[in-house]
Ligand binder design. Structure first.
Ligand code: DGL
Length: 276
């Protein structure tokens, strides 16, 4: 069973890409929405939450855990990797594909304050900032919008515009989505970015899902037939993405959804992410 967690519903953007590759697996997803947002909280606080969540997911039968939260990955994945006898897959800030693909030589990174301070992000930034300019902005209020299910409309556009426009104004043509909540605001971001020269948004979720498949194969957690099927889906999906084709809808998996707070928002977003 694959365990997935986030501070809230944002990790569903990662779960979707995982289920696309592994539709027959069993899942347990935990939204720690009683303690959301994590963005400004201390690494110690987040590590405590991650410990508690790991215990819950393991008690439900998870044999691998995806930390579908950039902030939790930055604050605590090294700690929980030392403390628990289970594999954790974390989020990677997608600076590399952005830096390699920019034409203007400026890339923007939208993430939480915690992620932007994390050593993983700072290391990947320093690897690429010789070749391009990297500008950053916290997505102020983005997590709250997604948790409230306000993904579009004038309020969402105003909130998104306040953090995205300063990045676009620097000439950034590629924006890294460094928080798993943000892909849910992509249509709104595209509306805000209208009028700017071609802007590409990079979501690391498909790469994280591919990495999970490789690790599960290595760990003996995936049978040969499922692994072959997943790799065939990777090829087909990447081809479709490269050609700008719409991807097929992802059917709802066999899943237990857990929220530490009110589950209504999580359940509502889940229904929009997965085909019935
Ligand atoms: N979805 C989150 C992330 O990827 C958490 C954001 C938050 O709780 O502030 O960072």
């Amino acid at each position: 069973m694959i365990g997935v967690f986030d501070s809230g519903s944002g990790g569903l953007s990662v779960l979707k890409e995982i289920v696309r590759l592994l539709p027959d697996e069993k899942y347990v997803y935990l939204a720690d929405n009683a303690h959301c947002p994590y963005g400004e909280k201390s690494p110690e606080y987040i590590a405590d939450r991650c410990r508690e969540i790991t215990r819950i997911l393991m008690s439900k039968g998870a044999d691998i855990i995806v930390v579908a939260c950039n902030t939790a990955t930055a604050a605590a994945i090294n700690t929980i990797r030392k403390e628990f006898d289970i594999k954790f897959i974390g989020m990677e800030p997608a600076v590399k594909p952005a830096a390699l693909g920019t034409r203007t030589g400026v890339i923007g990174v939208l993430a939480t304050a915690g992620t932007l301070k994390g050593s993983k992000y700072l290391a990947s930034k320093s690897n690429f900032e010789d070749g391009c300019r990297i500008v950053e902005h916290v997505g102020e209020g983005f997590v709250e919008l997604v948790e409230a299910g306000k993904l579009s409309g004038p309020e969402a556009e105003a909130v998104v515009g306040r953090s995205l426009t300063p990045l676009l104004d620097t000439g950034a043509d590629t924006i890294v989505l460094g928080c798993t909540h943000y892909p849910f605001l992509l249509p709104t971001m595209q509306t805000v970015a209208k009028g700017y020269a071609v802007v590409r948004f990079i979501d690391p979720a498909p790469a994280v899902a591919r990495h999970l498949v490789y690790v599960m194969v290595q760990e003996g957690l995936l049978g040969e037939r499922q692994a072959t099927k997943a790799l065939a889906t990777v090829v087909a999906t990447e081809e479709a993405r490269a050609m700008g084709q719409e991807l097929p809808p992802v059917p709802a998996p066999d899943i237990e959804l857990i929220a530490t707070g009110n589950p209504a928002g999580l359940k509502a977003l889940f229904k929009t992410v997965f085909r019935k």
